[in-house]
Design a protein around this ligand. Structure first.
Ligand code: FES
Length: 206
């Protein structure tokens, strides 16, 4: 079971935002090679490096309605086990026209997650928990009316009030421009673990 990060649900965390901004900056590394081909080859991740960059999460302890947030490449990734009632709110958000990008046309997720659930399997949300406005960490607020009287459940950013549904789709009126990013991931054949492998190249965090 991967180690969880501390849940920040009760406090705005500007320090964390700055940390994440710094953590996602590119760190330049100069390498000297003898031939150009060798230099290009050296930039390709080895199998060992790719494996080290992946995070494997045991899904068994995550009961329906619960979430776990794991650190992955210095970013928090949230995994939510959504109940049928939670999934029903996704269509409701669409029918009420609450969402900026209901069909996920901005490529903030891999093609296999371009659906209402933004997921490979409807019940399991796997998402980078970073607000697309200025990189704060949104709170998980699954209960109806827990943020506003019309709240269906979702994520609420403490910094400037951005709101997202339970698929991480941003709600109209939020300062955040896009849905939260979904990384590349796979399930094990028995469905008991998920492996987060890499960022979807077209997605941006904030
Ligand atoms: S960082 Fe989330 S609303 Fe500004």
């Amino acid at each position: 079971m991967a180690k969880t990060v501390e849940d920040t649900k009760d406090r705005p965390d500007m320090g964390r935002r700055r940390f994440l901004t710094a953590a996602t900056s590119v760190v330049g590394v100069a390498a000297i090679g003898t031939v150009a081909v060798a230099m290009v080859d050296s930039l390709e991740p080895t199998a060992a490096e790719a494996a080290a960059a992946a995070t494997v999460v045991n899904l068994s302890p995550i009961e329906p309605g619960m979430q776990v947030t794991v650190p992955w490449q210095k970013k928090p990734v949230i995994i939510v086990n959504r109940t049928p009632a939670m999934l029903a709110t996704l269509a409701e958000a669409e029918s009420k026209k609450l969402l900026k990008d209901p069909n996920c046309d901005v490529p903030q997720q891999p093609p296999y997650c371009k659906n209402q659930y933004r997921a490979r399997k409807p019940e399991w949300l796997v998402m980078v928990r970073i607000c697309t406005h200025l990189c704060c960490i949104p709170h998980y607020r699954p209960k109806k009316a827990s943020v506003t009287p019309w709240w269906l459940g979702g994520f609420h950013c403490p910094c400037h009030g951005s709101m997202y549904d339970l698929s991480g789709r941003v709600i109209k009126g939020s300062p955040a421009p896009h849905n939260m990013a979904v990384p590349e991931y796979t399930f094990s054949p028995n469905g008991k673990t998920v492996t987060v492998t890499k960022m979807y190249p077209l997605a941006h965090l904030c």
